[in-house]
Design a protein around this ligand. Structure first.
Ligand SMILES: [Zn+2]
Length: 191
């Protein structure tokens, strides 16, 4: 089942696929995501700001963010991207999600935009639900989100500054504590 919200965002005459794994190497996705973030001007200043991420989606990528009541969604309660074309996409986020979760969701959906739709060249709808999405593609989008939001070098510095406490460093990067913890583990940092 797809909610009428998602149906309503589709544009006529576009065939929407679903994300197919690119079989990228994790290291390549990590590097690519950091480059994209840098190019877009995210995370380049001392202060990480959620509003900055929203602005980038809107101003630089032509995307629209929709914060929607969870009750109005069907199987899209984790967030959905409807990608129509180049610099043209919608991201739906349940409004009950906290700021940190919302950021992570947006970065994850940007992963689908950059990796799986090849910046809009392949229209697609990326959602987690009963559609059995490619697990590999989900991992790739997740890798993108981690590196986009928490670039390696910077994360290592802040990790030490924040006493290696995921709950503290998560506030710096505006991500859920579990995401900060996973990032530390994947970088082999001592907890
Ligand atoms: Zn996804």
């Amino acid at each position: 089942m797809t909610s009428s919200i998602i149906e309503g965002l589709k544009k006529p005459d576009i065939f929407y696929g679903s994300p197919k794994a690119g079989n990228f190497k994790k290291a390549d996705v990590d590097k690519f995501a950091e480059d994209v973030a840098l190019k877009l001007g995210y995370n380049s200043s001392d202060e990480v700001s959620a509003y900055c991420l929203y602005d980038i989606v809107k101003e630089k990528l032509g995307g629209q963010l929709h914060f929607v009541e969870k009750e109005r969604l069907e199987n899209e309660i984790y967030g959905t991207a409807v990608i129509h074309g180049e610099l043209d996409f919608d991201i739906v986020i349940p409004r009950q999600k906290g700021l940190f979760d919302a950021n992570f969701t947006i970065a994850h959906e940007l992963g689908h935009y950059f990796l799986h739709s090849i910046q809009g060249k392949l229209p697609l709808i990326a959602k987690r639900g009963n559609d059995e999405p490619s697990e590999r593609a989900e991992h790739e989008a997740k890798w993108f989100a981690y590196s986009f939001l928490m670039p390696e070098q910077r994360f290592k510095v802040e990790w030490e500054k924040c006493f290696r406490v995921p709950e503290l460093v998560s506030k710096y990067f505006l991500v859920p504590p579990v995401a900060a913890k996973n990032r530390a583990e994947s970088l082999g940092l001592a907890i």
